[in-house]
Design a protein around this ligand. Structure first.
Ligand SMILES: NC(=O)c1ccc[n+]([C@@H]2O[C@H](COP(=O)([O-])OP(=O)(O)OC[C@H]3O[C@@H](n4cnc5c(N)ncnc54)[C@H](O)[C@@H]3O)[C@@H](O)[C@H]2O)c1
Length: 338
């Protein structure tokens, strides 16, 4: 049994505790910790977790903990990941890996000096069967070269405290990862644009925003990011190739016909939309830890998405495309999935 410590006992932290307890064989949650000790105690009671630590650092250093899952707020990710690397412990970090590309570089340097991969980033869409099939078709070449991606990220809710920048660095970060993964290409330049603003948005937050990107091979990507959309959690993605298109399927939903109408419900909760992807993701991560290799998206992927997000946010309000400058890819990440 792999003994995992979870830092951050909020929405996704508790969801991962449930998943690890009920759906992932060979793993057990042995410890938890939260900025608010009461939250950690409550989660420990709910999920039968034997050890509660006052700080994330204590959890990481504990001999009880063999691997760490970080599900705390964005600002705490980089520090905890670095502490895990110092301890030589495998770590699964929810997205984003860090809030700045400079912090991602520190993580890459630390991981490289240890000489082996320890970090996986929670880009769970790579485990979604719909996206996996899209990637297979795009990379098979059967539709010719990919030319463009049109993507949509709409959410019913606007979390408290969310800034316009986080609309890119926290929300559209999923698209920033999945588009480069689908195309197997890196970004060359990008820009974020404001469009006519929704009157349902919280004041001071740019909503909707449109992210525009160009890749090294010249593919163009547009991503609509919209919160308070008034109807549901809706993720769309279409890759346009030379001989056809490939689109992300909508989640399974039953169609009801009644009273002269046809109704097909749309999900409103992000945790349900990719539930299967999260399950597969944690199962495969636990196996990678046990096999000491075969990790999914890692520090390099966290870095690539973060560099793109930083650049896009710098382009905000400038009206200009900006170059997305990445360091050369270190050999340690050469056998990665991207
Ligand atoms: N992969 C995904 O699709 C996905 C989905 C949701 C959230 N997330 C990521 O997971 C993280 C948590 O999101 P959430 O929705 O559960 O948020 P949340 O606010 O519900 O929970 C965050 C928890 O972290 C705790 N916390 C904050 N700072 C801390 C620190 N320094 N040390 C320890 N605990 C700390 C908070 O007290 C809270 O309990 C975020 O980084 C978010 O981006 C990823």
């Amino acid at each position: 049994m792999l003994r995992i410590g979870v830092i951050g006992c909020g929405a996704i932290g508790r969801d991962h505790m449930r998943r690890l307890r009920d759906l992932v064989p060979d793993a057990t949650v042995t410890a938890c910790s939260d900025y608010f000790p009461e939250s950690a105690k409550l989660a420990a009671k709910q999920y039968d977790i034997p050890h509660v630590y006052d700080t994330g650092e204590e959890l990481i250093e504990s001999a009880e903990v063999e691997a760490v899952l970080i599900a705390s707020s964005d600002a705490s990710h980089a520090g905890y990941v670095l502490a895990c690397i110092r301890q030589g412990k495998p770590v699964f970090c929810e997205k984003p890996l860090a809030q700045t590309s400079a912090d991602c570089e520190k993580i890459i340097e630390a991981e490289m000096s240890g000489g082996k991969r320890l970090v996986q980033v929670g880009f769970m869409r790579r485990y979604d069967p719909g996206y996996r099939e899209m990637k297979r078709i795009v990379q098979s070449g059967e539709l010719g070269n990919p030319l463009m991606i049109h993507a949509v990220h709409r959410n019913m809710h606007q979390p408290d405290g969310l800034t316009s920048e986080m609309g890119v660095s926290n929300i559209a970060i999923h698209e920033l990862d999945i588009c480069r993964w689908l195309l197997d290409d890196e970004y060359k330049n990008g820009q974020v644009l404001k469009v006519r603003q929704s009157s349902y948005s919280v004041k001071g937050y740019d909503n909707p925003q449109i992210v525009l990107l160009e890749t090294g091979m010249g593919c163009r990507i547009d991503v609509e990011v919209q919160l308070s959309d008034g109807y549901g959690y809706d993720i769309q993605c279409q890759v346009v190739c030379e001989k056809g298109t490939v689109s992300l399927p909508d989640p399974y939903a039953v169609v009801t016909r009644s009273e002269a109408g046809r109704i097909m419900p749309i999900l409103t909760d992000w945790s349900q939309r990719f539930i299967q992807a999260y399950d597969i993701e944690l199962n495969e991560w636990v196996q990678a830890v046990k096999n000491n290799g075969g990790y999914g998206p890692g520090s390099w992927d966290g870095y690539a998405a973060c560099v793109a997000a930083d650049t896009l946010n710098r382009s905000r309000n400038t009206g200009r495309f900006m170059e997305i400058q990445m360091m050369p890819k270190p050999d340690l990440y050469a056998d990665g999935s991207n």
